[in-house]
Structures are given as structure tokens and as C-alpha cells.
Design a protein around this ligand. Sequence first.
Ligand code: C5P
Length: 285
Amino acid sequence: MDRLTVHAPAKLNLVLDVLGKRPDGFHELRTIFERISLEDEITLKRNNSGKIRIHCTHPHVPRSPQNLVYKVAKILAQDFSIKEGLDINIIKNIPVAAGLAGGSSNAAAVLLGLNRLWQLGLNNTQLDDYAGRLGSDINFFLYDTSYALGTGRGERIKPLNVKTKLWHVLVTPRVKMLTKDVFSHLKLNLTNKKDNVNILLPFLRKGDLLRLAGALSNDLEPAILLLRPDFIRLKKKLLVAGSLGVCFSGSGPSVFALAESHKHALSLRAKFDRRYTQSFVVSTL
Ligand code: C5P
């Protein structure tokens, strides 16, 4: 096999509870991930240059060793003494630094892809270990599941057997928000903390969209709004347009609305402010 094309979907967080700050500086989380139908396409191609080269036309995707996909390829090449080179071509559809884990999903896709292309024979535990070492959001994408519970830094994954298919309008303002900055603006209030995961889960399982909409929550919202107070207007506009519920995804700035159906999502987006050029109708994948 000389080349391989893989798809890398985005995620939303239906709930994101921050339970506390850990001694290693990371935050302990409880989150529900949803895989969505907004995907990048990545082609891996062997070459004889001995170099790892990233190709992507998107201006905000680094082609340097800082890119997570480079780190994945580099560490695997080192660990398995692979001397040949690799071209990684990324067709970017997922907005960058947007709370949708596009970079992490690319990393997971390359990890799974190289395991096949280079015939490394890594088992699920080993793949999980590589993913967890490189980031907090990569592991979820190793599991073939629509929804999962994420704990620890977000890297400990328990797939959820939930059949409900959701429809959303996703709006991403053209502003990069760094996860690190958002976490550093977080003021933790841990008294009377609600278990938002277990509040939402039964509604998700039953497909009770109205109650599900009311249970969407993200503890990073106050920190996102501290950095960008104007984003509260975006949430309000989506609600006024007729969404069932609205929430930030991850560390923002992406905001997603819960719609009743595909048709409802299309009509919401049509009504929505044309200034937001990055808006998508997406469903659970
Ligand atoms: O792991 P990842 O590279 O996605 O995290 C980016 C940054 O976000 C971390 O360096 C850390 O500052 C913050 N973070 C955190 N707690 C988490 C995940 C991320 O504080 N659970």
C-alpha cells in the first residue's frame, strides 16, 4: 500500500463539566462528546525523501513540527525506526482553533492511518496510549462511536450506546480561541456543583429533544465570555431564530444550536445572520 485516505470528523461537547484543577496544571473534566458530520479529509502517501511533509491550503494550519499530525508521524517513525518519508495532505473543512477538536481529530486519523499504512500492528490500548500522550481530545476519535463520556483530561473514553441522531446548526465566528487561554481565565466555583452529565444522559438516550436542549451546558462559557463578551449576542440570536437550545462547544468560539430535524436546522440557518460565514448544518455521525 502506497497511499491511504482517511476522514477526520469534528466533535461537539453536549456537556462539559470542569471538576477541578489538577497538580499537573490540567483540569479534571466530565464531558459528553458527540461526533458530527463535518469532516476533514487526509491523504497519507509514502515518499522516499525521508521527511515528513504537511500540505494544506488553509492559512491557519501549521505545516511545521508543531502540527499534531507531524508529532504523531514523528513519534511513530522514531519508535518503529521508519526511515522513509511521508506526505500528509489535509483538506480542511473544520474551522481551526474553534472548540471542534479538528487538530485532534486529524491526529487520531493519522495515528489510525499510519498503523495501517506502515503496518505497525498497534492494538487499541497502545493507540490510546499514543493519543493520550499527545493531547486531551485525540482519544475520542479512536473509538467508532457517535457519543462518548470523557473523563480525566478528556482522554479517558467510555463509548455510549445511544442511538439518537441529532441535528444542529453550528456557527463559528472567525476568531481563534486557544484552549489554554480559555482555561487560564476560568474561575472555578466548585460548591454545589451539579452532575450535568447524568442530568443530560437520560434525555439524550430517550431522544427527548426539549429536555436535552435545556440540559446542554459548558462550564467554560464564563471564561469564553470574559475573553469575548460580544459572543453572548451570537447565542441569543440563535435562540431568537427558534433553536431548541444553544451552547458553546469545548473552549469555543463555536456555538451550536439543537434543532428539531434536518428541515428545522436548514430553516434556522437560512434565518440566521449572514455575517457569520462559517455556519454549517450538521448531524450526529
Ligand atoms: O491537551 P490539549 O493540548 O488539548 O490542551 C491544551 C491546553 O488546554 C493545555 O495545555 C491546558 O492548558 C488546557 N487544558 C486543561 N485541562 C484539560 C485540557 C486542556 O487545562 N483537561
